[in-house]
Design a protein around this ligand. Structure first.
Ligand code: GP9
Ligand code: MN
Length: 404
């Protein structure tokens, strides 16, 4: 029964942060454009390769947005689908398998459903087969009204590479879909070109690849650069169509692109050895929030994908106080620095805990104080366990939020 939820509700209530009155509802009624950036890690932002800028557009866009530079992905084996799950439910994914496959019939209270109840049109756009990651089934449970998938796009040999439709073509064709949507809409765009093995046609290679023993890392920079260009044109199209000013635009990296198999080459690029500490820090992905009329700023709070749901809903003026969720509103004034990764690693203001070692963030060396991480270890473990319990027990069935 629902008794199992009591502990979790208590934990959640104890962790609810005070609303930021200045930010709450600041984007009320706006369209939401959510963009999932395939395999995009933060280390490429504001950086160069062979002296060439990797993300010229994003570097400029973060100057006009709220940019979270200590933001981590929390995905497991479900990769992109896990990121979608985390971002829209503020729950953790599972330690094994993909929750999109294993628990697609559960009761959820996801962002699309919440917004749909408030009059939003909810859509996901992704030029891949609709059943990939079981999206067509799971999207029903998440509250999507429409999934623009492979069959909604014109895909040819010429406009495809690697996994499918090139990002630029995907975005440009998506503009037509966007224009047909009733407003306000919540539209999620899932990019694809910056996917392993990071292939591009000669016409789309805008910078020289890196030179190391890892072909994967070498090419990664070129596909990130390509994605950046596609984003630039997409944002321009949104401006041309008059959508930009009426929309809050959110970009986030879905998961890492460069695995630990490439540590040696990655170490060469970074100029430091990829220790477990560095490897954990490499799990940072961009999180960018553009709000019309707001200048934005860089925010360094340690945060993660799980925080997107309350952060976004609060900007839209929807209080998530009654929701069972583990994320925090990152604009709240009393939000603390904390991120738990699916493998049990966690990051605080001063420490990175991974592989049973507590690292001092300032030195990157094991912390000198004994038990420095202990205070947070319990919290990290609890959150993962509570979240698992909700998913395995389908506990949101018993949560009568409508009666509260
Ligand atoms: C597939 C796309 C990529 O539709 O989301 O999936 P990934 O391999 O990154 O999980
Ligand atoms: Mn992905």
């Amino acid at each position: 029964d629902g008794g199992e939820l009591v502990d979790i509700e208590n934990y959640r209530n104890a962790n609810y942060n005070k609303l930021n009155d200045e930010m709450f509802g600041i984007a009320k009624g706006k369209n939401v454009i959510l963009i999932s950036l395939e395999s995009t890690q933060s280390f490429v932002l504001n950086q160069t390769v062979n002296g060439e800028v990797i993300t010229p557009f994003l570097n400029q866009f973060i100057q006009e947005s709220y940019y979270f530079n200590n933001f981590y992905h929390q995905t497991g084996q479900g990769k992109t689908s896990d990121s979608e799950f985390i971002v829209e439910n503020s729950l953790y994914p599972l330690s094994r398998g993909a929750v999109f496959f294993t628990h697609s019939g559960n009761e959820y209270h996801a962002t699309p459903e919440v917004l749909r109840e408030r009059g939003y049109f909810t859509a996901s756009l992704h030029a891949n087969n609709k059943s990939f990651w079981n999206r067509d089934i799971m999207y029903e449970s998440l509250g999507y009204q429409r999934f623009y998938s492979l069959s909604d796009y014109e895909v040819t040999d010429e406009n495809s590479i690697g996994w499918g439709l090139k990002d630029d073509d995907f975005f440009q064709q998506s503009i037509q879909h966007l224009k047909g949507m009733p407003e306000p809409f919540y539209a999620k765009f899932i990019t694809l070109t910056n996917h392993f093995p990071f292939e591009l046609g000669a016409e789309d290679i805008l910078i020289e690849p890196y030179t190391s023993s890892s072909k994967t890392l070498n090419q990664y920079f070129t596909t990130v650069r390509y994605q950046d260009e596609a984003l630039k044109y997409f944002i321009q199209s949104l401006k041309d169509e008059g959508i930009y000013e009426d929309s809050i635009i959110i970009l986030y990296g879905d998961h890492y692109g460069i695995s630990e198999n490439h540590n040696k080459a990655m170490g060469e690029y970074l100029g430091e050895e990829v220790t477990p500490f560095v490897s954990t820090q490499l799990q940072r992905v961009p999180f960018i929030v553009h709000i019309p009329g707001q200048k934005g700023k860089t925010i360094s709070t340690v945060s993660a994908q799980i925080d997107i749901k309350p952060t976004l809903l609060h900007l839209l003026g929807v209080d998530t106080k009654q929701d069972i969720e583990f994320g925090r509103d990152l604009f709240s004034e009393d939000t603390t620095d904390f991120a738990v990764l699916r493998d049990g690693s966690f990051i605080t203001k001063d420490y990175v805990y991974t592989r049973e070692i507590c690292f001092d963030k300032n030195t990157g060396e094991p912390a000198l104080e004994e038990n420095a991480c202990e205070l947070y270890a319990e919290k990290a473990k609890n959150e993962l366990e509570y979240s698992d319990r909700i998913i395995y027990g389908d506990l949101l069935r018993f949560y009568g939020r409508n009666n509260k």
